[in-house]
Design a protein around this ligand. Sequence first.
Ligand code: BTN
Length: 230
Amino acid sequence: MHFAEIDSTNNYLKDRCSQLPHGTIVSADRQTAGRGRFNRKWVSQEGGLYFSVLIKPQHTDFWPNFTQLMGLSLCRAIEKLFSNTYLKWPNDVLADGKKLCGILSEGVLSEGHLQGMIIGTGVNVGQKTMPDVGQPATSLWMLGIQADKQALLQDIMRFFWQDYPAVEKHGFAAIREPYKKRFPFIGKEIAVRNGEKPLFGTVRDVSERGTLQLATANGLEEIYIGDLIV
Ligand code: BTN
């Protein structure tokens, strides 16, 4: 399904989750109420690729790892166009140190059960300028790459479905190696923010569960959610 304009592709799937099958994809040229992580707004002007995928996993043990799978799939598709593309845990994609893609995943609960999960993705493709979003952002166009949004979406989803069964079965362990290969922050000093004060430390690893292991002044911390400040 494709729309010229929509409020948010995530909202569309959220409102229709029970009627739509696993694997439904909805995309749009513009969003009037695009949303990002931590209640942030996701400015969605013409030129960007905005899409959401509805998944209905067999069980819920590994649900955060599907978002990381989408991050990896984005990175794999985009690195073919621009080589200095990499992951920033948990699931941002950066190019030349600037944000190129973001993912907002949302679960849909019904009577206490997870009915489905929506993985909403924004990729800065053809925008000529990027709004000030509190962190440096770029687009493929600004990097000198002219990409076809439809072909890019197909490539991203090909990578996603290729590893989906393994992630459904084994979680992050199934994609840990290719993920770590694209995550250049191991051994680096960083800060992680998740609402409260930032936590400072040295990145030790990304665990079998997809969590970030950070060596801090108080010992090794396992981080489940947050924003990396690098
Ligand atoms: C982030 O904060 O980095 C995540 C941004 C996610 C934006 C995408 S665009 C398609 C989908 N619809 C939304 O409203 N948000 C996601």
